[in-house]
Design a protein around this ligand. Structure first.
Ligand SMILES: NC(=O)c1ccc[n+]([C@@H]2O[C@H](COP(=O)([O-])OP(=O)(O)OC[C@H]3O[C@@H](n4cnc5c(N)ncnc54)[C@H](OP(=O)(O)O)[C@@H]3O)[C@@H](O)[C@H]2O)c1
Length: 337
């Protein structure tokens, strides 16, 4: 079977190497999954480039996100049967409750991930997929889907009619837009490329702002909405100040990234903060229970994740390259082998 691995220490695409290896066999309480599709997240490029905060295992099989079918089960497996459609949980050992240092193992970083013809998972690391999702759609939920779900339905859960702000056209932002609409919220989308406006509106965005045309967008958003109740802050240092300005008094900002690609960190301007007094929270993707809750909502509403572009398994390097250049609208998929 074919598997990609990240080999060597220094960063860059030359590390992504395809290997021909023996087909895996599931051990006790494990399942063998035929991977039908995978998808890329920002963290996968950070792992590739050696900038991810968690040190990856040497020679790791990359990618947290993948969907496929169970081909074989090991002794004692009770959660799944051959033929079930499954995906993995990002923090494999984090079933529920709060995360702690003992639960930080991640698929595609410290545990072998999905960029392979077959993957072996402990049955506790996997969940069943909704029937209406095709393989490519199903391969998008593990990281971006759960992150957006927890950002939108976490402690600052917005009420119907309240305003949610999303930034950029990546997977987290578009999932957050879709989940906010499920809750009956109104959504502002901030994008650096105004020409994407129609696609945001087709997903339900009530207001689209181009931050290239309007770099000081925070005040305009606040004026047009009366203030944002929940900001899904995926922009980091380049957008954080505007997010504070856009927030309503005692609004909520979920901070999903602290640094940009150049290593600059967010700053907290005291004067701006005092105007919003926003609650600022941080989260790290989510648990298996969060993944199951999100998939239940996705199934109930027959929600369809947004896919930007699909690459063949043999073109995984091109998929990374395309994803890294940044101009996407939704998820970048790599089909199974
Ligand atoms: N804490 C967590 O648990 C967690 C989990 C997942 C992701 N995250 C973070 O959330 C952020 C979003 O992740 P994502 O995977 O959904 O999306 P992403 O691929 O990082 O976002 C891509 C979008 O961001 C916008 N963008 C603006 N400037 C960019 C630049 N210089 N390079 C790349 N993109 C740029 C573009 O949208 P426009 O063209 O519309 O401007 C682009 O389509 C990332 O920083 C990621 O690390 C955090």
């Amino acid at each position: 079977m074919q598997r990609y691995r990240l080999e060597g220490q220094d960063g860059g695409l030359h590390r992504l190497v395809m290997r021909e290896e023996a087909v895996l066999q599931p051990g006790p309480h494990q399942i063998l999954m035929r991977v039908r599709a995978t998808s890329l997240n920002r963290r996968d490029t950070m792992i590739l480039n050696g900038t991810y905060p968690l040190t990856p295992r040497a020679g790791i099989v990359p990618l947290s996100d993948g969907a496929g079918e169970v081909m074989a089960v090991g002794d004692g497996v009770t959660r799944f049967a051959v033929g079930d459609r499954v995906t993995g949980s990002y923090f494999a050992h984090w079933i529920d409750g709060r995360i702690h240092a003992g639960l930080i193992d991640q698929l595609g970083c410290t545990l072998d991930g999905m960029l392979a013809e077959y993957a072996v998972l402990d049955e506790q690391w996997a969940v069943r997929l909704p029937d209406h999702l095709d393989w490519r759609e199903a391969a998008t939920v593990t990281c971006a889907g759960v992150t957006a779900w927890n950002a939108v339905t976490g402690p600052g859960i917005p009420k119907p009619g309240q305003w949610v702000l999303v930034i950029g056209s990546g997977g987290v932002s578009l999932f957050a837009l879709q989940f906010a609409k499920l809750l009956g919220c109104r959504v502002v989308a901030v994008t650096s490329r105004g020409e994407k406006g129609d696609r945001f509106r087709a997903l339900g965005a009530d207001l689209v702002i181009s931050n290239s045309d309007t770099p000081e967008w925070g005040a305009i958003v606040r004026e047009q909405t009366g203030g944002i109740d929940l900001v899904i802050e995926t922009g980091g240092p380049t957008t954080f100040a505007q997010s504070l300005i856009a927030s309503t008094l005692y609004g909520h900002i979920v901070l999903l990234t602290l640094q940009d690609a150049k290593g600059r960190s967010i700053e907290m301007p005291a004067a701006l903060y005092q105007r919003s007094l926003a609650t600022i929270s941080r989260l790290f993707v989510g648990s298996r229970t969060n993944l199951e809750a999100m998939l239940s909502a996705v199934s109930q509403h027959r929600l369809r994740p947004v896919i930007d572009k699909v690459f063949a398994f043999s073109e995984a390097g091109d998929a990374y390259r395309y994803f890294q250049q940044g101009d996407v609208f939704g998820k970048v998929i790599i089909d199974g082998a």
